[in-house]
Design a protein around this ligand. Sequence first.
Ligand code: SF4
Length: 175
Amino acid sequence: MGIKDSLNPAFVTTKLDAVINWSRKFSLFQYPFVTACCGMEFMAVYGAHYDGARFGAEIPRFSPRQADLLFVVGTVNHKMAPVLKRVYEQMAEPKWVVAFGACAASGGFYQNYAVVQGIDRVIPVDVYIAGCPPRPEAVLDGLVELQRLIQDEGPRGMTGINPRQSKEELLLSRD
Ligand code: SF4
């Protein structure tokens, strides 16, 4: 029996969820899916100057099973899309996704048959960070926005409605 079951949900659950979400947002374990030039800016964010560790999301995990934050950094082509989806599916729940830069968010200036025109065609995305590449300040801003989402909304799917579901997932779930 978990701690939630032993407490009266009528007046405790909301506060307990707030504490759990607070701990989640400051203990993100990231999986960097880095494919292209945005990677340089990603490294800058976690260097000494910008110090992404201040936000509790410093430690990278190169096994998806030990990660709950997927940073998709750079261009994703159609050959890589199944790999990205597999990595996402193997990650621990609850999990979040950040599209880092124009290529991950929309395909960037690669408007051709080889490049996925936005990773939300493959997996759900929580936060999009604009820029080619984004400045480290923009990345930190995106990270803070993600923390706000985690605190206010909790894990995706808790309500049964998933506002951040990918378009393809939404269509498939209706079949
Ligand atoms: S958004 Fe710009 S910097 Fe980032 S991977 Fe694409 S082309 Fe490179």
